[in-house]
Design a protein around this ligand. Sequence first.
Ligand code: DGL
Length: 265
Amino acid sequence: MRNVNKFSIGIFDSGVGGTSIWKEINTLLPLENTIYLSDSKNAPYGDKSKQSIINLAIKNTEYLLKKNCKIIVVACNTATTNAIKILRENYDIPFIGIEPAIKPAALKTKTNIIGILATEGTLNSELFEKTSSSINQKIIRKEIIGKGLVELIEAGKLYSEEMTNLLSYYINPLIKAEVDCLVLGCTHYPYLIPQIRKLVGDRIQIIDSGEAVAKQTKAILEKYLLSNNHKEKKSHQFYINHDKKVLEILLSNNVTKIEILNDDF
Ligand code: DGL
């Protein structure tokens, strides 16, 4: 009999950013096998139409299902907010999504002004609209489309002058507006925390959803009796349909043994 518990957690993103979520999952769930799909060829998703994002999310899901994943983590705010409903309706497997952490930010803010840095696709989605209407309406939301940030990260230009200039352009108005919490609503952005920290000092709390997604993944695995408790060597495979150099750099500090493979999907 096949032991489904040993099957992998499938994780996908429009590119390399979702590895920020993979790291949280691997830290919390070290006994799980994982397969990560980086659809870098089609990044960014953020300025694509809802239908294109749905089509790409379906393509990624089918790929992970062919690899026998037992659960799928949509490690992309843009894909979650535009496509997770359709995925859940069409596939008989648990999906975990990620959306900007505006609820925790709403509880933490003292100035009642929060900043949200995310893609156009996320900020314009119905799901984001719905979540926004569920928080205290006295809180002012300063929403910024982080246009160009994903492209620079995918190109490995994390510490470039271009990145510093673009971040200053987006963040400085938030500092002026007395934002005291900044929500990172894109899984690529945690890689920018050191650069953002330089701009905001300790005036602003930076909030992302990575740890919450890992906790939710654990809870869903337990709920469906899908957790892997076997102690043998784990497998972590990363598939990318583009140059794998940046992925290798982002994962280079990992103690876990990983395998990065190019594939055309
Ligand atoms: N990591 C994706 C997200 O969380 C990036 C979006 C994009 O490809 O534009 O939204």
